[in-house]
Structure formats: C-alpha cells, structure tokens
Design a protein around this ligand. Structure first.
Ligand code: CO
Length: 685
C-alpha cells in the first residue's frame, strides 16, 4: 500500500461513509451552554454561535444544548441580549438537531422556587420559542418540584428528560444516603413520572468510572427510558467515566467541542469519536467536519473569550474536588468570596465547616442553587460565628430551605439550626411538608402590575418575574428607555488584536512612559480592559476616536498580587483614571451579581458626602453585593435587629438587621446598586 493509498484510506474511515455501528452512542453537544458556562462564566454571545451553527447541525448530534442554566440570567444582565431571542435565532441555523435546555425544576432558570403560574408560563414560552428537550433537575432530587412543569412539557409535545443529581458523602458511591439503591429508586420515580429519558447529572465530576458502570448497569436493568450521562471533567475522571458507562450500555453522553472542553467543563467529543471508531458503539461522526468546526472556533471565536479562562494554574484538573466533593464552580465562588472579604486565610476553615453545614442542612446535593446556599452560609459561619454562637448570620435562602421551600432534604435538617433559622420567619415558624410551590401565591399578576407597559409580551413579563431588578433594567435597554452601559457591548476581533499588541508593548516597557506625556483627554467612549499576563495585571484603556479604537493608556496595576482572571474582568472599571495612577490592588474579583453598573458607581460618588454628613449609627455592607431592596425608608423607625436592607451577594439574599433602634436618617443606595464591603447603606439616629 502506497503512502497515498494510506491517506485515502484514512480519509474514508474518518468520513461519515464508514459502516454504521450496531448501537451507536448518541452525543449531546454542550458547547453553547454548559461549555461556556463552565469555562467563560456563561458569557457566550449569540453572534459567536452563529458562525459554527450550520456546521454543527451537520454532525449528527442527538441534541445541542443551547439554553437554560445560567444563560437566561447572564444574557439579560451582562450581555444585553434577550434570552428568548437566542432560541429563535439559533433555530434558524440548526434545522435538524433538537435543542435541549437545562431547567432547574420549579426554580426554572433562577435560584428559588417560583409560583406555579410562572413555571407553567415559562415552560410554555420556552417550547413555543423552539425548545425541544427539557432536561429537568431539582437540587434536592425532590421530584414534587417537577409536578408543575412536567405536564406542561408533555402538553407541548416536548421531551421530558428527568435528572438524578449525582452526589456523595463518601470518597466513592455508597454510604447511608447516596448509595446504588438511592439512584435506582430515583430512576424508578422518574420513569413513573413519564420521563422520556433519564439523565445522571454529575455536576461536580465526582462520578468514578466503576461507579458509573454499576449505576448504568443497574438502571438499564430496572428502567426502560434511555440513560443519559452528564459528567463534568473537573476532577479529571470523566473520559474514563464515559467509557465505562458506554461499556455498561449508556445510551447518550454529553461532550463539548474541544475549545469548550475540559477544566470544569466536559470531555471533548473528538477523542471519544476516535476511541469508538470501528466498534459496535461507533458514533458515526465525521472527524474532518469536527476539525473544521474547531478551526473556525479557534480562529474567529475563542480569541474573544480567552481572557475569561482561568489559566492561573498549570493543572487543568481540580484535586480539591476529589478531596472535598464540591462542584468546581462552588469552590471558585468560595475562594472569590473570601478574597473579596480579605479572608483568604480562612479557606481551610471553610473546607472544614462545609461538610458540617451541609450535614446540618440535610445532607443536600451541591448543585445550583444548593451549592450557593451551603457555600455562602459556610462562609458566613466562618466569618461571623464565635465560640458561643453558631449561625449568627443566616441567609434568607437558608431560612427558606429550613422552612421547606426548596423541598424535602435527603436527611432531616438539624432541629436546632432549623429552629434558629425560622425564628421570626415571615411565613411561620413551623416548617411545611407539602410540595413547596403549594404555599406560593401566583406571581404573574403582581409582576404585570409592577412592570406595566414596559413588558410588551409574556416573554418580557417572564424576564421581569424571574429577575425583577436586572430584568427591569434589561427591558429599559431593550426598549430604548435607558442607554446600556459600555460594559454590556460585545467586543470585536480587532479590539482583541489591538489589546494584544498593547500588552506586548506594555510588557516591553515601551508604552507606559510615552503615553504618560501625551495621553489624550479620555472621551466618553473610553473602555477599560483588565489584562492578566502570568501574575502581572494591567489596566488598558481603549478609546474610540474617529471610528477606530485608540489606546488611551495602559498601566501595570500589580506585579505579584495573585489575581484570578475573572469572568467579568473585561471590560471592568467604568470610571478609570485617564493618567497612570499609583499602584493599587486590582478590582476585587466580581461575582455576577456584584458587577458595578456605572450608574451605581456615579450615584455612590454623588451621595457619599451626604451620607457622611448625617450623624448616627451606620449600617455598613458586611460584604460586596447588590442592593435588592430597602425595607425601610428615611423617617421610618426601626428596632434593633429588624431588617433594613436586603443585600444580594453570591446570588444569595442577606437580610441586614438594624444595629440599633432609632429612626432611619439616611438611605444611601437604590435597588440594583452595587456596593463594596464597608459602604454605608443606611444611617440610624
Ligand atoms: Co453541567
């Protein structure tokens, strides 16, 4: 055989024409949702999905995941994109491949249980806009939280995929709660609910290969619906886990295109296609086509997102996940939170406290939103508790959990913690045992009344009902009632190139000195970029002059501060100084909810002096966050301990109590404003 023949032979085997396998493994691609959610803080824009959409439609995926999870939140909050529009747009390019979304059961695409009217309308609208497969999960695996959405999914003629959240309390599957029997029973429950397929959702990458083999074997024996495996790469086990699950007969597995793969995301599709090539489970995918898609992604799309990737470590696996059994995203949230509070030295304590808090809260699985609930409560305990008292600052979400608003926990909640959490709880001090949404009043009529004509249709109304503060702001942008800030605008490849050139020059020391002298006046078009190179951090200002971006300044902020390139690092500080300033610590790693909107910053600057002039006891922000609402206004009287303001931090709401009794003398912020740790939120006199 000549070399030429060999090449031809290879091309033939790679192509789609090779003989079809007996029982091909079906593949769902997650690049356009979980992929960028895991690696790039869900910042993927629709315009960057379109260039590869038609090619991806040709691959033969069982489904592509395009929506759900954090996309709804991020799109309207940070990208100025209408989440509903994304489904309709992508649907024009994906003509054959079904769309899948991640639905958080009664939490929909938010962080709490919504009322039934919101849940029904949401699923109906998702189906009408083009969603085909509803991958539905509940953070507590309490399937009563599926009872409202499933009939709507079915009524719309769509695919109901029921998830079992995979979690554990021991180093491997087993123990008293999350053992094989638990998973088999959960699968039976889902089958009885009419699941069209059943997904083992291993959000933290904890599922070990041999445990996967055991579970898949057992489920294939017990239930009829196809079995789907969703396993994150985080710990490094998932490719092996895939293979063992395939050997056990799993029907569908989840992968990403390679630029969206690995780290806290998923295994890449290409090695799996090669692994199975020519076997009875061959996917049948054309590797040349996959390579073409990759090339386009690498050249035209990924440069825009590279700065969001956490490349602060050499290793692409997270060993802490194996040690602490917590999802990767949760760990980085904890680290960020501690860093913002200047308490990174407490990390070991947090690791120690975490399993204790989780156990006290009913040994719940750690997945959105329970991972945040347990995570932030743990941080609160470590920071605010003392020897005499634990749970000194309980988040509203923990109170809701203790009341039963999220559902039934795997084991009962510690009665002492529960009692403390429910002291003075507005819905009552006795927890409920019914399906949580049964105690929720319909929410749509009130939402409609509040938002009025700003919501033109049901899709708009749902954006507001799910996200009152940021949703309202988005609707104002959408209908031209308010100018969206620079930070929500997309960046172009040209801007990326300019930025890279600037960094090169800055590193060579050619830039800063020169620009110091003749930096032009910054215009209102100035955009600042935080740029991280190794452990150096630069702030680069790019000004749009006469239609093309011009460098305004570049300055090195810190040389050795350990900086994690943050999701929203670019573009960040809206009001950057025009001239190089003395070195300062980089802006704290921002959590989505805490990103400062320029308006909020200006407001703060305006009002700060006024606040200082008022005499009295200050209520300060114990952590950075966003003001959800004030429960008091100027002139109101308060008693010590009464809630004055609700602050959202790490997506959890914290009710901040009055430090003393008196009259509210000043309220320094508005709903939606971002605040830093130590900001004076109110003054009581
Ligand atoms: Co996932």
């Amino acid at each position: 055989m000549s070399a030429h023949d060999q090449v031809k032979m290879t091309e033939m085997n790679y192509s789609k024409d090779r003989p079809k396998a007996e029982n091909p493994v079906k593949i769902e691609d997650l690049s356009l949702r979980d992929g960028h959610q895991s690696l790039f803080a869900t910042r993927g824009r629709t315009e960057d999905m379109i260039p590869v959409a038609e090619m991806m439609d040709e691959v033969g995926f069982w489904a592509v995941e395009t929506w759900g999870g954090a996309t709804f939140d991020t799109m309207h909050r940070f990208l100025n994109e209408d989440p509903w529009e994304r489904i309709r747009t992508l649907k024009r390019y994906f003509k054959k491949t079904p769309f899948s979304m991640l639905l958080r059961g009664q939490n929909l695409v938010g962080y709490r249980n919504y009322a039934d009217d919101v849940a029904e309308a949401f699923v109906e609208r998702a189906a009408a806009n083009g969603m085909d497969i509803f991958r539905t999960f509940d953070a507590l695996n309490d399937y009563r939280n599926f009872e409202t959405v499933v009939p709507v999914i079915k009524k719309c003629g769509k695919h109901f995929q029921g998830c079992i959240c995979y979690t554990m309390t021991e180093p491997r599957m087993g123990g008293e709660v999350y053992n094989l029997e638990y998973y088999v029973n959960k699968a039976k429950e889902l089958e009885a609910m009419g699941a069209d397929s059943i997904c083992i959702k291993d959000m933290a990458g904890l599922l070990a290969p041999y445990d996967a083999y055991q579970i898949v074997k057992a489920l294939k024996k017990t239930v009829k619906p196809p079995i789907h495996l969703h396993s994150h790469f985080t710990s490094g086990m998932s490719p092996m886990t895939h293979l063992k699950a395939i050997e056990a007969g799993v029907d569908i597995v989840d992968t990403c295109m390679s630029p969206y793969a690995y780290r806290t995301s998923h295994a890449a599709v290409e090695p799996l296609v090669m692994t199975l090539l020519g076997t009875n489970r061959d996917t049948g995918f054309d590797i040349n086509l996959l390579a073409k898609i990759n090339e386009k992604l690498e050249k035209e799309i990924m440069p825009k997102y590279k700065h969001l990737l956490d490349d602060s470590k050499m290793s692409i696996i997270d060993i802490n996940v194996l040690l602490h059994q917590t999802p990767g995203g949760m760990l980085s949230n904890l680290v960020n939170q501690l860093r913002e509070l200047d308490a990174l030295d407490k990390l070991e304590e947090v690791y120690k406290e975490l399993p204790r808090v989780r156990k006290e809260l009913g040994q719940i699985p750690l997945v959105t939103p329970t991972s945040q609930i347990v995570g932030i409560q743990t941080v609160n305990n470590v920071l605010f508790d003392d020897e005499n008292e634990r749970y000194k600052m309980i988040t509203d979400q923990v109170k809701d959990l203790c009341y039963g608003l999220y559902g039934k926990t795997a084991v009962p909640i510690d009665p002492e913690v529960q009692k403390k959490a429910l002291k003075g709880y507005p819905r009552g001090e006795k927890p409920i045992t019914c399906r949580p949404a049964e105690v929720l009043e319909p929410e749509l009529p009130k939402a409609k009344e509040e938002i009025g004509d700003l919501a033109v249709d049901m899709d708009d109304l749902l954006i507001y009902a799910l996200y009152p503060v940021t949703g309202k702001r988005f609707l104002k942008w959408k209908y031209g009632k308010e100018e969206p800030p620079e930070s929500v605008k997309p960046i172009t490849l040209e801007e990326v190139k300019k930025r890279e050139e600037l960094i090169k020059k800055a590193l060579a020391g050619e830039l800063v000195e020169k620009k110091k002298k003749d930096a032009p006046e910054k215009s209102e078009n100035l955009r600042t970029f935080n740029v991280f190179i190794d452990d150096e951090y630069f702030e680069v200002g790019v000004d749009e002059v006469g239609g093309s971006p011009v460098l305004a300044y570049a300055r090195q902020i810190a040389a050795t501060t350990p900086v994690m390139p943050q999701p929203m690092a670019m573009p960040a500080a809206p009001a950057a100084p025009a001239a190089p300033a003395p070195a300062q610590a980089p802006a704290p790693a921002a959590e989505p909810a805490q990103e400062a909107a320029p308006a909020a910053e200006e407001k703060k600057a305006e009002e700060a002096p006024a606040a200082a002039a008022v005499e009295g006891t200050e209520l300060t922000a114990p952590m950075p966050g966003m003001i959800v609402r004030y429960e008091k206004k100027v002139g109101d009287t308060v008693n010590e301990g009464e809630t004055v303001v609700v602050l959202e931090a790490m997506k959890m709401e914290n009710a901040l109590p009055a430090p003393c009794s008196g009259t509210i003398k000043a309220i320094n912020f508005d709903s939606g404003d971002s605040v830093a740790k130590g900001d004076v939120l109110a003054v009581i006199g």
